[in-house]
Design a protein around this ligand. Structure first.
Ligand SMILES: NC(=O)c1ccc[n+]([C@@H]2O[C@H](COP(=O)([O-])OP(=O)(O)OC[C@H]3O[C@@H](n4cnc5c(N)ncnc54)[C@H](OP(=O)(O)O)[C@@H]3O)[C@@H](O)[C@H]2O)c1
Length: 264
């Protein structure tokens, strides 16, 4: 399927690893001129070089923390007018006892998972409206609609994000600018790997990847029967970045192997 995005400018904020990288790969493969950002420089530069060599497109790397004003400014300067914007962050750490969460924990969660994406969208929406076309995709989390006691630093802020996009997307669709969100379940990514120790500590387990993974699978039934790779969500993300998705507005698409049991 031709995504019809050859030559379009695509910014993947959080594009050096995991689902952001997997999405960036599909956009580059489809011929988009790519901008990717992340906080850690070395992995980001490697990702940009590898994708540019593999797909023969221009890939610009921007070291920027989306949760900080300064980082967002760097992003806006490096990529002033994207046609396509996708945003992600690393998975926030699992919390232990909810009674121990402090106001600074909530502030950090909200700065990272809510204000960062909102401020990036708010900056780019006027330009997209003016051009009469744009696509925005947030890679958030299925715990936005499937509350989990150990995902309080991730779910609540993303519930607010999808509430925001539900309203804003319906205002800007008339200008050809669509916002949709992907709500992933469990994916084996670099970000998930980095959380093994925190997950183990939150549940009092041995700090071992297999032990943590088995504990997760025993406590979270995934009907598909496996933990997905980042590449399993990227085709949907790429479709939502394409003109082909012109009638998809303000949706939250859960990709979780059937784990979240609901009609919608
Ligand atoms: N993996 C899962 O099982 C899972 C489950 C449910 C939901 N999710 C959600 O899916 C999304 C992606 O997760 P993932 O597992 O693909 O993460 P990942 O493997 O850690 O990749 C995240 C990417 O975003 C970058 N990034 C992280 N924080 C950033 C920030 N503040 N500013 C700019 N770039 C940032 C990372 O690079 P740097 O670290 O160098 O910045 C990396 O390129 C997250 O929203 C997560 O909550 C994941």
């Amino acid at each position: 399927m031709d995504l019809q995005i050859r030559g379009k400018k695509a910014l993947m904020a959080g594009g050096s690893a995991g689902m952001g990288r997997a999405t960036a790969e599909r956009l580059a493969e489809a011929g988009a001129e790519l901008y990717i950002s992340a906080r850690r420089e070395e992995r980001l530069m490697n990702a940009a070089r590898e994708m540019s060599e593999k797909y023969g497109v221009k890939v610009t790397a921007v070291v920027a923390d989306s949760s900080k004003e300064e980082g967002r400014r760097a992003l806006f300067e490096a990529c002033p007018d994207p046609d396509i914007l996708a945003i992600t962050i690393k998975p926030p750490a699992p919390n232990g006892d909810f009674l121990k969460l402090q106001p600074e924990d909530w502030r950090d969660s909200i700065e990272t998972a809510l204000i960062g994406p909102i401020e990036i969208m708010r900056h780019y929406i006027p330009g997209m409206k003016e051009k009469g076309w744009g696509r925005i995709v947030n890679i958030a989390t299925f715990s936005a609609k499937n509350p989990m006691l150990w995902r309080l630093m991730s779910g609540p802020a993303r519930s607010a994000l999808i509430n925001y996009t539900a309203s804003v997307s319906r205002e800007i669709a008339q200008y050809g600018v669509n916002i949709n969100n992907i709500l992933p379940g469990m994916f084996a990514t670099e970000g998930a790997d980095e959380l093994v120790e925190v997950y183990a500590d939150a549940f009092g387990l041995e700090r071992d990847r297999d032990v943590a993974m088995n504990h997760f699978l025993e406590n979270n039934k995934i009907p598909a029967g496996f933990v997905a790779d980042a590449a399993d969500m990227a085709p949907m993300a790429a479709l939502l970045c394409s003109p082909l998705s012109r009638f998809i507005v303000g949706q939250n698409i859960v990709i979780d192997g059937g784990q979240h049991h609901s009609l919608f």
